[in-house]
Ligand binder design. Structure first.
Ligand code: SF4
Length: 160
């Protein structure tokens, strides 16, 4: 007799990792802020046309203490970098970062003294979304890729 036949109906077998990762990936709460033109595309991603509610994450949080996803949408000035670092530090673990657009990922066309040449110099980026600006569909793809990554993580240790 197989294990399935011995278990009464209504009992579900799974692992802590699978349950936790399912819950985490299905309820990402992004920190609500935008840095430059990419933020306009990010805002439209939350609108009715693209409807991020389908992914369980339409609730933008005004406080970093309630957020677990930082979407860096736009260029990061050197003046803004310490603020970003502080906000990231105030987010509870586990937390994730999406770098949205060429400027956030590399400085883009702004190769000058005022702009950070990639937000990964100060934050651990999980997903890079290319483009200038990326379309909402691209950001959604980045979010789906992040969800796939979260599915492979463990509650004991965050895989990088
Ligand atoms: S990548 Fe393009 S759209 Fe985004 S912040 Fe830079 S210049 Fe603006």
């Amino acid at each position: 007799m197989g294990l399935e036949e011995k278990i009464p109906e209504g009992i579900l077998l799974t692992t802590v990792d699978k349950m936790t990762n399912w819950a985490r990936k299905s309820s990402l709460w992004p920190l609500g802020f935008g840095l430059a033109c990419c933020a306009i595309e990010m805002m439209s991603t939350y609108g009715p046309r693209f409807d991020l509610a389908r992914f369980g994450m339409e609730v933008m949080r005004p406080s970093p203490r309630q957020a677990d996803l930082m979407i860096v949408s736009g260029r990061v000035s050197n003046k803004m970098a310490p603020v970003l670092k502080r906000l990231y530090g105030q987010m509870p673990n586990p937390k994730w970062v999406i770098s949205m657009g060429a400027c956030a990922s590399t400085g883009g066309v702004f190769n000058n003294y005022a702009i950070l040449q990639g937000v990964d110099k100060i934050l651990p980026v999980d997903i890079y979304v290319p483009g200038c600006p990326p379309r909402p569909e691209q950001l959604i793809e980045g979010i789906v890729k992040l969800q796939e990554k979260i599915k492979s993580e463990s509650v004991r240790r965050k895989k990088k």
